[in-house]
Design a protein around this ligand. Sequence first.
Ligand code: SAM
Length: 196
Amino acid sequence: MAYHGHKLLEEHILKSEDLEGKTIIEVGSVREYLEGQNSTGFFMDLCMKHNMKLISVDMDPDCSANVHKEAEKRKFKNYEAITMKGEDYLKNIEIFDYLYLDGFDYHHDWHSDVRKEKYKNILNTEITNEGSWRSHLDMVEAVHKKGREHSLICIDDVFSPVKGKGCTAIPFLLQNGWECLENNYNAAIFSNQSPP
Ligand SMILES: C[S@@+](CC[C@H](N)C(=O)[O-])C[C@H]1O[C@@H](n2cnc3c(N)ncnc32)[C@H](O)[C@@H]1O
């Protein structure tokens, strides 16, 4: 199975013994059922096991509808599905436990026309690397001072310093009190070195 970063975040969350009542925020809800994806369902299973909450944020109402479907399948109640840009949502939170960033796609040649239309209709933009980098940078800028001691940030689709979603967000985190714990599953995970 070619896992994505949700597996990496889970592995690091499970190192803590004190999970009850904690919240996972994911930006980028389940869009399609591709092998190794569906972070939303994956996090719901984790939350159900450990009495945690999931907040799933996506700019696309169809993806938020998928969150409700995943919850319904499991009879999972401790969640919120929020249709909003991740940048806007994260500006307005005060503190977070675990954050999974898998939002604005990076550019590649296989994005479907339906997907490209969503970006045009909802965000009035094309799918570009610059858009992906800006969005993920804006999100980490919004939260880098809002972590607690145990907080983790995981960015998915991290392939190299110049390819993927983290090209500008990762240097920002490293210069602002966050340490890279591990790169795996084409993702990178960071812990908070300067909690309040
Ligand atoms: C790669 S998909 C997420 C896949 C999902 N995490 C999974 O594992 O199935 C990226 C998602 O980010 C959403 N997105 C793109 N830009 C966004 C933004 N600025 N804020 C919130 N969501 C965004 C898209 O609508 C899309 O559903």
